[in-house]
Design a protein around this ligand. Sequence first.
Ligand SMILES: [Zn+2]
Length: 250
Amino acid sequence: MGGYMEEEWEWNFLWRRPLFDNEISKAINFLQHVESKVIQIQRRDDWVWTLDPSGQYTAKSAYRMMMGGATHGTQDRDFEELWKMKVPTKFAVFAWRLLRDRLPSKTNLQGRQVEIDDRTCLFCKNAEEEAGHLFFHCTKIIPMWWEFLSWVNNVGVFPQDPRQHFLQHESIVVDGLRTNRWKCWWLAVTWTIWKKRNDIIFSNDSFDINNMMEEATFLTWTWLRNLEKDFVIHFNQWSSNLREEGFVYH
Ligand SMILES: [Zn+2]
């Protein structure tokens, strides 16, 4: 039974406050560990998932836990939409942190009394590194979002708030927009940005927007293959024709 208590403690420990990057793999391992568990009736001392009356792990109860017991209201819609995408756990966890502004950006670290000498964005070196800037408004990054608008033949101003940015398909009017594909693109772009930012800081990598576009496109394609039954188009064919049929119905 000891294992259960420990795990429960870890679970609470990890989800009840913002996570640092080095804790994320721990959280993901834990989720995968729990997901792989099979409850065996004949054994007395075993796992009990206390968040669901059945004692069995369910994605829904884990989701409720991640919401911190919040009641379902409009402000949780972002996470509901994210959950429906069925992307691998690590991506969902990343997006959840971004949507709740819990990523350790330089500004957030400073807020937690971590001394940061230089808080400027390392892409443009011209503004403070907080989520709204880093992911959506940095002049080095914004071409990735513009590119998407050109694919769906639209122009617009992007919301600064991560949540509104994610849910903007509800307000922008694009004929025949495939909203699931927009959400996959959104997650792929933000993931790619965070990964590049960390690679620059920790691995001396350099900024390369073409490389990031390629990576985000490929990620989107892999998720769509899981999400849409009839999405069987070859990557090269799909990625070279994004303007025509990548993100809108015809
Ligand atoms: Zn910047």
